[in-house]
Design a protein around this ligand. Structure first.
Ligand code: NDP
Ligand code: GDR
Length: 349
């Protein structure tokens, strides 16, 4: 078991919650940045929280915000982590068109604030930046670490800035700073307004008799969708290498949003034509048409390959949302999980 200390920004999000569980299972002491909200925003991590007064507590939360550099410096100085996983961001592409300045402040400058805090107080820490396949944007698939960047949204521009800052701090200050360039990854804990979860929740609501229609935007876009628990394992592996580097992580399969809709509706026994409608408000001013990872470097250097591909992912997510809505799951998703991950380290799903 490890006795390392990790600091996670974005610990309340999809990835942060799985990563916290993974690191706890490896013996880490885990610290997370949590935003103060007027309602509870820790649902994804409540099941792993142990009160700090308990002798076996190994998870600690710190209130703060990525726009607050003083707070970030203070926390990092006090915790002195061995590893930092910087996952916090305004992470929704469509929303970034409505909030371009805020997205730049949090998603781009948030990374600089952490890198600066590290440089000043703890330059030996290992740093992981949550970079994104959105940075490839308009570049033809497949995309790997040497592909051109062509961002197509304020979010992607912000992530690209953060990517280059990470590389510059690595080169300029000899820091162990890495980019994981992750393609879309999904799970039962995926944010409700990302398209996969919106579809699987929509199906559950229809079957529960609460909704009749699901309104979507562009169904032609192609994405390389993987399963989040596998991807947080890569984040950890990236920081365990001898040398810092950047890695593309994805399944190597691509499918349209329409294909996801068809597969999910068919699995749930519903007719797409009867329930899916298009609403122009979900279209983006500029779209990323096709993403497909070439994860060869990760396969070779990290010894990693995605186990869960598109059709399994659809079943896992539909089953989870049916269960959450009080509808009997079909069951194949659960069978896939127990077959592929007999000793699951994530506790809640
Ligand atoms: P989520 O949107 O689920 O989580 C984002 C996290 O960032 C939440 O914990 C959120 O807090 C936190 N956050 C947002 N704004 C701030 C702020 N101003 N200060 C502090 N914390 C903030 O994203 P994911 O877990 O899906 O993704 C994790 C990271 O990986 C993100 O950076 C995302 O852009 C990136 N990424 C994700 C991919 C994916 O497919 N999921 C693919 C490639 C990259 P709160 O809970 O309070 O909202
Ligand atoms: P993306 O994910 O933009 O790829 O960013 P999202 O699920 O939002 O969109 C995927 C594709 O689906 C199309 N789409 C819709 N999208 C949403 N959200 N809602 C709809 O109703 C809808 N209808 C069609 C979109 O146009 C798009 O083409 C995600 C985020 O997690 C980022 O943070 C991350 O960096 C990238 O994945 C990799």
């Amino acid at each position: 078991m490890s006795h390392k200390t990790a600091f996670i920004t974005g610990i309340t999000g999809q990835d942060g919650s799985y990563l916290a569980e993974l690191l706890l299972s490896k013996g880490y002491e885990v610290h997370g940045l949590v935003r103060r909200a007027s309602t509870f925003n820790t649902q994804r991590i409540d099941h792993i929280y142990v009160d700090a007064h308990e002798p076996d507590a190994r998870i600690f939360f710190h209130y703060g915000d990525l726009s607050d550099s003083e707070m970030i410096s203070h926390v990092l100085y006090n915790i002195k982590p061995d590893e930092i996983y910087h996952l916090g961001a305004q992470s929704h592409v469509r929303v970034s068109f409505d909030t371009p300045e805020y997205t730049g402040n949090v998603t781009a400058l948030g990374t600089t604030r952490i890198l600066e805090a590290i440089r000043r107080s703890n330059p030996d820490v290992k740093f992981y930046q949550a970079s994104s396949s959105e940075m490839f944007g308009h570049t033809d698939p497949p995309q790997n670490e040497d592909s051109c960047f062509w961002p197509r949204s304020p979010y992607a521009c912000a992530k690209l800035y953060a990517y280059w800052m990470t590389r510059n701090y690595r080169d300029g200050y000899n820091m162990f700073a890495c980019n994981g360039i992750l393609f879309n990854h999904e799970s039962p804990r995926r944010g409700e307004i990302f398209v996969t979860r919106k579809i699987t929740r929509g199906i559950a609501a229809i079957l529960a008799g609460k909704e009749k229609y699901l309104y979507l935007g562009n169904l032609e876009a192609k994405r390389d969708w993987g399963f989040t628990p596998e991807y947080v394992e890569c984040m950890w592996r990236i920081l365990q290498q001898d040398k810092p580097d950047d890695y593309v992580i994805g399944t190597g399969e691509t499918h349209t949003v329409q294909e996801f809709v068809n597969a999910a509706f068919s699995y749930a026994g519903l007719d797409v034509e009867k329930h899916v409608k298009i609403d122009k408000k979900y279209f983006r001013p500029t779209e990323v048409e096709a993403l497909l990872a070439d994860p060869s470097r990760a396969e070779k250097k990290l010894g990693w390959k995605a186990k869960i591909k598109f059709s399994e992912l659809v079943k896992i997510m539909v089953d989870a949302d049916l269960k959450a809505a009080g509808v009997q799951p079909i069951g194949e998703g659960y069978e896939i999980l127990s077959k592929q991950f007999p000793s699951r380290w994530w506790m809640r799903d």
